[in-house]
Design a protein around this ligand. Sequence first.
Ligand SMILES: [Zn+2]
Length: 305
Amino acid sequence: MRRLAGLALALALTAPIATLAWGQPVDDLQREDALIQTIGWRLSHANARFCPRTAPGIGLLLGDAQTYQDPAAARAAYGLSGDIAVAAVSADGPAARAGLETNRVITAVAGTPVGPAPRQGSWDRVWRLQAALEQTAATTGSVALTLADGRTVTVAGAPSCAVRFLLDDGQGDAQATRAQIRVGRETLARLGGDEPMIAALLAHELAHAALDHETWLASAPRTTQRVRRTEREADRLSVWILANAGYDPQAAVRMIGQLEPRRLFGIAEPSHGSARARAGEMATEIAVLRAQPDADWATRFRREP
Ligand SMILES: [Zn+2]
């Protein structure tokens, strides 16, 4: 269950709601949500030409006050007249360009009302709405969102790798399935708000998703050696993904150093390799990348044998 977080919260709870600026994240949790959505969008939009699974995306994450420990306090802190609202928009994404802002209350997605509140703490409603939003954008190329003031904003999707990025305040590590990347707040905190290093972490996870390591690992016993192979591939591909999105690939080497000596991504050392070995492999891959005419990893990236 989500908890309100950060210094701005104390201010928000004591200030009249009218003084809250529309579109501005209110607390640390919303700021970190926005950061993850913004970086995730940059990576997945810039690499859409190379990802094997793509869909028009709009760069918007919905939130539900009912997922908070205290829904009434969440509505008050964020200035919401209803439970379902924009939790985060990607700074450069289609939803932001269409004028959608953080904490705008949403009453219908693609013409369907948001529906009654689930039991408190349940994510069922917001995931159903988020999936409806993403599926509508993917199948029709755009999605209409109805706001509490009665306006309807239609957002046209832009090419994106078909992956959802999420900040998880209940879990420390980062992990990826083929369709979803979760980053724990604790891991994010250890990167100290450094955008290129956070991008490197997300690029590593996007590589796992793009290469569908989830399916490959499930196809045979999950040995240390097989996990290590997927980690090596994700490390190497991450530098290509970063380069396409305009980030310095060296950020991946710095990121590995920053997260050491604690164990990275929740799996013990032997499967992920030492930070020194990983940094060396990534430095080698950066040299490979720089020798290419472009960063088209769909054709130029060499998979692990
Ligand atoms: Zn990994």
